[in-house]
Design a protein around this ligand. Structure first.
Ligand code: ATP
Ligand code: AMO
Length: 428
């Protein structure tokens, strides 16, 4: 038995033609002598109408006894019908149930929302069959594709760097220790040092891969395992990286808009394409916050509540952060040693990306590490590369899940993650 058509390959003009479709049962309704089923495959839904006289009794009876989610094949005749949502229905002549369902799922496959996210996550592959999530994850895939296309067009090399590593790179973020044979090792918090090293050999590199952070708190924007879109480029500075991010944001929004246009039931709140993404300096925002009555001083982090106070929304950059809290690899500003050549890309009060110009001189890097109380010997594997002339370089990491949250108007990061990992969740 073979599938002859996907749902979107059948049209009402095929009236009378025999087709074989495969998919799973979305809904079943029976009214005595007539049974209706909606079968969903990866491309859409198909209406099945089994009416006494039109199709064998046993098929009609089996259809009416099917449970949602059962996986089936149906052979039948296409019948054009104005009542059917897609303009046709299938009159079944043959039915094969591949796997029957006995269990009633904890929520309807057609449910738009389900109150408790844990109920859904416990049966995640079933949850992901719902339209709301189908739209999010199809969009996510298309956005990734368009970003990969962007990097390919711009002649970036796709890299893969080790995820089991010997030393921390992102100061504040907590590490997951692991056993590595007889040594202690860690899951990588970011590809930072490797992507920097690879600018020596390839100049323009990117990686789309997991990063691991032992985030202690339960929030709607933190995962223990997230996907980071990292880029790193030689002979440029942080301004050039902000230009690239601006292009990536525009391409991503365009991709989402195209998807929404061809799928009428998508309920995303997609941001409009910004002409330019404003670039505020840290100083300027602290000043505004103080004038708005916020208790904040130069050197403090810019808290979401204070960002709200000064009415920042949509996409914007905050650049030229104080150097002190920044990781050791971030370069200081030429005009002020207390300030760094760094930026965050924000969407409202959600941080989507951080980036910076990096230090390219060994002595300077080693000095910064010492000032932060780090053991430079443990980083010799990295510092050693700088003895051979690392080019000036800059780059950033964009959190994929947070980007998709911004593009689809999703509140909880778990809803844009296939199998979220957090303090409380390691399965499924
Ligand atoms: P990074 O760790 O790279 O700085 P981040 O966005 O994870 O990026 P955090 O310092 O963890 O940075 O959080 C930034 C700010 O956002 C903090 O002030 C934190 O209190 C706040 N925050 C975190 N989660 C939420 C949330 N769900 N709602 C509102 N604010 C939040
Ligand atoms: P940073 O630590 O700011 O920078 O991380 C970059 C981006 O990754 C995303 N992100 C997360 N998303 C979900 N859950 C988490 N726990 C989490 N942690 C980070 C955010 C964040 O903006 N090496 C630098 C980047 C660089 O300079 O190139 C770095 O890791 O969207």
């Amino acid at each position: 038995l073979r599938r002859s058509h996907y749902s979107d390959e059948i049209t009402s003009s095929m009236d009378g033609k025999q087709v074989t479709i495969m998919g799973w049962v979305l809904t079943i309704r029976g009214h005595g002598n007539i049974s209706f089923a909606t079968i969903r495959d990866k491309n859409g839904d198909i209406s099945i109408v089994a009416k006494k006289g039109d199709c064998p009794d046993e098929i009609r009876e089996t259809i009416s006894s099917l449970k949602a989610h059962s996986s089936v094949a149906i052979t039948g005749k296409v019948k054009s019908s104005e009542k059917a949502p897609s303009g046709f229905e299938i009159i079944p002549t043959e039915l094969r149930v591949f796997s029957n369902v006995e269990k009633i799922p904890p929520f309807e496959p057609t449910a738009k929302t389900v109150k408790n996210i844990d109920t859904r996550l416990e049966v995640r592959p079933i949850d992901l069959r719902r339209s709301t999530l189908q739209h999010i994850f199809k969009t996510r895939s298309l956005v990734l594709e368009s970003i990969r296309d962007y990097f390919a067009n711009q002649k970036f090399i796709e890299i893969n760097t080790p995820k089991m590593i010997a030393t921390a790179t992102e100061g504040g973020a907590a590490l997951f220790p692991i056993f590595y044979y007889n040594k202690e090792a860690f899951l990588a918090q970011s590809p930072q040092l490797y992507k920097e090293q690879l600018t020596m050999s390839f100049e323009k590199v990117f990686e789309i891969a997991p990063i691991f952070r032992a985030e202690p708190s339960r929030t709607n924007r933190h995962l223990a395992e997230a996907i980071s879109i990292d880029l790193e480029e030689a002979f440029v500075d942080y301004n050039d990286v902000m230009n690239r991010i601006e292009e990536i944001i525009k391409i991503s929004i365009q991709t989402v808009n195209n998807y929404v246009e061809s799928n009428s039931d998508v309920g995303f709140t997609t941001p409009s394409i910004p002409g330019v993404i404003p670039r505020y300096s840290y100083d300027e925002l602290v000043d505004k916050m103080q004038k708005a009555g916020a208790k904040t001083e130069w050197g403090d982090d810019l808290y979401p509540s204070n960002l709200k106070k000064i009415g920042l929304e949509g996409f914007y950059f905050i650049k030229d952060w104080p150097l002190a809290p920044k990781p050791f690899y971030v370069k200081n500003s030429k005009s002020n040693p207390k300030v760094s050549e760094s930026f965050d890309l924000m969407f409202g009060d959600l941080e989507l990306s951080s980036g910076s110009t990096r230090i390219e001189k060994r002595d300077e890097l080693a000095e910064r590490m010492k000032n932060k109380g780090m053991n430079t010997d443990a980083f010799e594997y990295h510092l050693g590369a700088f003895d051979y002339g690392v080019p000036p370089h800059a780059g950033c990491g964009i959190g994929l899940e947070r980007l998709i949250m911004a593009l689809t108007g999703t509140e909880n990061i778990r809803d844009v993650t296939f199998y979220p990992r957090d303090v409380d969740r390691l399965t499924p």
